[in-house]
Each structure stands twice: as structure tokens, then as C-alpha cells.
Ligand binder design. Structure first.
Ligand code: ADP
Ligand code: GN1
Ligand code: MG
Length: 364
């Protein structure tokens, strides 16, 4: 059941002019509880994004918000330097009346962002052009973060894309089987075990120094970039909770995982799920056009593996969550995490068949 909050009181804690009017559930993120907040100011409606931060996942909210404040300030300066509009082209934190970046009501943590109007986050690629523009936006974001001092950031989710650690968590969930679901998904478990050779593909190259560790976004799915309704351009990269040390291959790969599937991430009918190679090339072109000169040949060569790996890892995380009783990713129906795990498996199988041409394109 959805929990209700006293939104009017929460709104009153923030430095928001105007009168509270409404607050409704918004967007399709899997992690935080997101709401569109409406206030009336001088006779017109003004919107904000209000989020209840997933405090189970981010126990140290102060550190999380420290990171986001630094990254948003950094983005704001860069947008201003190029003559852009920082209120639309980056996330803007609205502070509390006491000047804090979040409000704690004794039980829950809330934050508010300026609502970016006249822009859309897509759940599925409808027009390849949007996907191209999302690639340019994420590539630009990576390019921008190349100048960001990583030592300023807390690693709020350690080992976020350490696929070996994810695999160990998966095996533990299989072993514990707290919901007695192991038998039902024996085939999926076997498949993820058979493909566990994938786990080391990037972490080992990072460990050996072959692939550089950078400040990356780490959650680059299509619905974390806002596309401007008027220009069709990627306007703002959002959902900055996971900006931490990572690899370009992860960021590239996660976009491919989500965007090259013509069906929903939780589509139960697997005949609708497949890897659209044409969209892979679309994204690759956009990303390489924007990411800048600093991408190394080793990173470029590993971009396709990043796609396979992020898809494998995400599928394994969905299956782990299914085994653990759906405690991590938001679900709205039974079996949703299992459906998500199955779509990711299907995508990995498709990608593995096309890996050679994916590699050739990345090195062209
Ligand atoms: P989660 O971490 O749960 O994925 P997000 O921060 O990605 O949460 O927000 C969920 C959705 O809310 C986004 O996909 C987007 O549609 C919408 N959203 C988030 N921030 C803004 C904003 N500043 N302006 C407009 N819409 C936003
Ligand atoms: C979550 O927050 P959201 O919905 O953008 C998750 C990602 C997964 C994604 C799968 C912090 O992303 O890692 O790839 O779901 N974010 C976190 O759709 O775990
Ligand atoms: Mg999101």
C-alpha cells in the first residue's frame, strides 16, 4: 500500500514561495518515491519535484546530498559558462527554510528539485532521434565530469557496478531462498550461473589499470535524461544519486541495456523483447560525438562488453531481488522483478550473438 505523507507540511519546510496546492505520484523511477508538487504563486501554478529519498538504500542521506549539491553546482557553472539556462539544463536543489539540502521529519527524508518544464523522460525509444540526443547528453555529461575532482565525492553505494560482488550477493540470495522461490526460478538461476564468466570483464581491467576509473553517472537509462519538447535535444541529465567513481563502459552499457529494447523492461511477453542493433549504432554515434577526446582505445574497445555486462548485472540484480522478496526495486505487481530478470537475459543472449559487429562499430 502507498504511504501518505502530510505534503502540505513537508512543502512548508522548503524555501518555496506560494501556497501548497497538490502533490501527486510522478514518474517511473524504481528507487525513490517521486511526486509532482504544485504550489500557487501570484495566481499561477508552479511545479516542483518532491522526493522521499530511499533511505534504506542511502542510509547516509547527508553524504548523498553532499554529492548531489557538488555535482549540481558544478553543472550550473558549466551551463552558465556556455550561456545556457541552469534552471532547465541541470537539476536545481531547493533548500529548506533552514538552508539544508533535505528535510527529515523524524522518520523520512525529503528533497525538492526545481521542476524542469516542457521536457520529457521517455520509458521506451519512440524515435531514434531522441535516443541519439540522449547519447549526446550523457556523452556531454561524461565529458563535463572529466574535470570533476573525484576525491570530493563520497562513494555512497560502494561496489555499485562491481559485478563480482553482485554475483556473490546473488549466490547468497539463492542459498538463503527466504521466500521459497528458488525452485520456481531454477532455470533462470542456472542461466545466470552459466554466464558468470562475464563478471570479471570490466572490474578486472579497472583493477589492472587498463581501463581508467572516472567520475561517472552510473544509472544512465533513458528515463534519467530529459529531452526538450521544443528542440528535441537532450536538456538535462537527472537522477544524480549514483554519481561516483565508475567506468564509461558502464554508463554507455546501461543506456544500451535499456534503450535498445523495443519493449518495456518488465515486458512479460519475451517475443517482444529483442536487441535493436540499429539503435546501438545510433547511441554509439551520439555518445562518441560528445564524450570528447579523453576516451581511451581500451575503453572504446570495451563499450560493447559494457552493454552485455550491464544487462547481465541488472538481470541478476532483478532476480536477486525476486529471491529476496522484492525489497529493492519498486514493484507494482507480483512477478515484476522476475519478468525484468527475464527480459535482461533475453537481451544478453541477443547481444552475445551480435558482439562481433558491435565491437567493429565501436572501433570504427
Ligand atoms: P529514481 O531514483 O527513483 O529513478 P528520479 O530522480 O529518476 O528517481 O525521478 C523519477 C522521474 O521523475 C524521472 O524519470 C523524471 O521523469 C521525473 N523527474 C525527476 N526529476 C525531475 C525534474 N527536476 N523535473 C521534471 N521531472 C523530473
Ligand atoms: C534503478 O533509479 P532508477 O529507476 O533510475 C537502479 C539502477 C538500475 C535500474 C533498472 C540506485 O534506476 O541501478 O539499473 O533501476 N538504481 C539504483 O531499471 O539502484
Ligand atoms: Mg531514475
Amino acid at each position: 500500500m502507498e504511504r501518505e505523507f502530510d505534503f502540505e507540511n513537508i512543502c512548508g519546510q522548503f524555501a518555496i514561495a506560494g501556497e501548497y496546492a497538490a502533490c501527486v505520484r510522478y514518474g517511473e523511477g524504481h528507487i525513490n518515491d517521486t511526486y509532482k508538487l504544485t504550489v500557487r504563486e501570484n495566481g499561477r501554478e508552479v511545479h516542483y519535484i518532491l522526493q522521499r529519498i530511499n533511505h534504506r538504500l542511502f542510509p547516509e542521506v547527508g553524504k548523498l546530498m553532499h554529492n548531489i549539491a557538488l555535482v549540481t553546482d558544478f553543472c550550473r557553472k558549466s551551463v552558465l559558462a556556455r550561456g545556457g539556462d541552469p534552471m532547465r539544463e541541470c537539476l536545481s536543489i531547493v533548500r529548506t527554510k533552514k538552508g539544508e539540502s533535505y528535510y527529515f521529519d523524524g522518520e523520512n527524508y525529503f528533497r525538492v528539485y526545481v521542476f524542469i518544464e516542457d521536457a520529457t523522460t521517455y520509458q521506451i525509444v519512440r524515435d531514434p532521434k531522441d535516443f541519439y540526443e540522449s547519447a549526446v547528453a550523457f556523452g556531454n555529461f561524461a565529458n563535463l565530469l572529466a574535470d570533476f575532482d573525484a576525491s570530493q565525492l563520497y562513494e555512497v553505494l560502494p561496489d555499485f557496478h562491481n559485478t563480482r560482488v553482485r554475483y556473490a550477493n546473488f549466490l547468497r540470495a539463492v542459498e538463503k531462498d527466504v521466500c521459497d522461490r528458488r525452485m520456481e526460478v531454477a532455470e533462470e538461476i542456472a542461466w545466470f550461473k552459466e554466464h558468470s564468466y562475464l563478471c570479471g570483464e570490466i572490474v578486472d581491467k579497472i583493477a589492472s589499470g587498463e581501463i581508467p576509473l572516472r567520475v561517472t553517472h552510473n544509472d544512465t537509462k533513458l528515463n534519467n535524461v530529459m529531452i526538450d519538447n521544443a528542440t528535441g535535444k537532450g536538456l538535462a541529465v537527472i537522477d544524480l544519486d549514483t554519481v561516483m567513481p565508475g567506468s564509461l563502459c558502464y554508463d554507455f552499457g546501461d543506456s544500451i541495456r535499456f534503450g535498445c529494447n523495443p519493449a518495456a523492461e518488465d515486458e512479460p511477453d519475451l517475443s517482444k523483447v529483442n536487441f535493436r542493433y540499429d539503435l546501438y549504432e545510433t547511441y554509439l554515434d551520439g555518445y562518441l560525438s560528445a564524450v570528447g577526446e579523453s576516451i581511451t582505445p581500451a575503453e572504446r574497445a570495451m563499450l560493447p562488453v559494457g552493454a552485455v555486462l550491464m544487462t547481465y548485472e541488472c538481470g541478476m540484480r532483478f532476480l536477486t531481488d525476486y529471491l529476496e522478496g522484492d525489497v529493492y526495486f519498486r514493484t507494482v505487481r507480483p512477478g515484476q522483478n522476475l519478468d525484468r530478470a527475464r527480459t535482461q537475459r533475453k537481451l544478453v543472449e541477443d547481444m552475445l550473438q551480435q558482439l562481433d559487429r558491435m565491437r567493429e562499430a565501436a572501433l570504427r
